[in-house]
Ligand binder design. Sequence first.
Ligand SMILES: Cc1cc2nc3c(=O)[nH]c(=O)nc-3n(C[C@H](O)[C@H](O)[C@H](O)COP(=O)(O)OP(=O)(O)OC[C@H]3O[C@@H](n4cnc5c(N)ncnc54)[C@H](O)[C@@H]3O)c2cc1C
Length: 486
Amino acid sequence: MRLTIVGGGIAGLSAAYYASITNYYSQITILESDSRWGGKISTDRVTFDDGQFIIEGGPDTFLASKPWGVALCKELGLGERLHGTNPNNKSTFVLNHNRLLPLPEGLAMMIPSDIPSILRSRLISWVGKARMGFDFLQPAKNISEDESLGAFVSRRLGREAYENLIEPLMSGIYAGDGDQLSLMSTFPYLRDLEVKHGSLARGAIEMRKKMNASARAKHASPLQGSRSAFLTPTTGLAEIVEALVAHLQSHNVELRLNTRVTAITRNVERGTWNVTLDTESLETDALILATPAPVSGKLLSFDEELSSTLQSIPYASTATVSLAYRQADLPQPLNGYGYVIPRREGRKALAGTWTSTKFPHRAPDGYALIRVFIGRAGQDIPWNKDDLLAIAKEEVKLTSGITAEPMISRVFIWEGAMPQYNLGHPEKLKQIDSALEKYPSLALAGNGYRGIGIPDCIHSGELAVEKIKNLMSLRGAFVATKQSLN
Ligand SMILES: Cc1cc2nc3c(=O)[nH]c(=O)nc-3n(C[C@H](O)[C@H](O)[C@H](O)COP(=O)(O)OP(=O)(O)OC[C@H]3O[C@@H](n4cnc5c(N)ncnc54)[C@H](O)[C@@H]3O)c2cc1C
């Protein structure tokens, strides 16, 4: 069985990896339009003054609690190279009327579970805090349909808590608009907490107890920083991409960069797929599209319904700007991991990460590295490097008082990078799944569907490989049985 994978981001590379470790596929080819592997994973290693800056242009860490990231790293021999975030100096802030105010302690999966800490917080007024208390009193709403994240959290905790505290944490992950994001597709566990505990805060308190117990149990684990919620390899996430590519090369997978797929058609008689490239065409038995959903939609134009559903999944554009300074040029030390910015502050930036505090090994001694995350769904920002750099400098001046010129700056522009799981997304997934039933040798992977984080994308690649293998083996068995009966 010849398998072709389109897209060499983490989802496509993971699909190729899982395909390569089964004996099912006789030939595996992965096609990537760009001149490098990794897609949104892009690490710049800048040697400076006997040390190195590790500058992440896209993702900078992955969630440890979703098992697929850690599992793949261990299989690739990177288990010992995974670092957690700095266990000291963990403060995180929220921008509130141009001041950085500390995030209350005791958030469990972003929901407040430490009441005294909420009562002390200056992020929410006393009226807002009283409204949050209603969460303990109002019963779970008896509805089965989806709600927006904004509507759900505002209903439970009040609009002020949503806008000042929860929105920047949750919507920020998607660079999305919480009043559009589907609760069921983004944070379905929140609805479970409501139903099970009758209150988000009560559910969060229970969840925190469990998380503390599991962190204690993991204490003896050999992974560095294993108690950290987030992990990353020592010299950046590109280590995962590099290890995947090395594995694929040693397993005779055909790896083709600078190879854009322009069309896909079905060869119904032969039961195969024709993959059109700029100057040639390939025939393959099975196909995994690990490209952004709208790209996959355009490529699958032979099925109008599937194609239009895929193209209807919206993506937001974002950018990151990393700035390096001498510690001596900072008016004050960067005490914490950084800050998030609520949408209602009306700023172009979404968050600022004090990278050299969060991951001290990412800057040489005596230097500081800051990353500003810019752009969110529905917000227009300039998409050129000079303007983005100017926005980032203005941001660090406002929040950290830094006026010195950065010694190093790097701007990464990610157009159409962040899928928006808006209201209606679960129905789109059902339509896509049902359309795909017609094509057992075709699967989709990547961030457009059931999770945008790196572990979810890795898992999507693994599932795509399994789906094709299972369905095609079943079909093979069926054809063999039919032939033997004839
Ligand atoms: C700025 C930023 C910060 C993020 N932070 C985090 C984080 O900290 N942690 C986390 O877990 N996640 C984070 N994410 C999300 C995560 O990085 C992405 O969801 C994930 O990397 C997407 O992987 P993918 O393989 O699905 O898609 P992509 O990485 O987009 O890969 C798709 C590939 O397909 C290729 N392609 C497209 N069209 C064609 C074609 N016609 N022919 C051939 N190839 C084609 C593209 O060039 C690309 O390489 C972040 C994302 C961004 C943009």
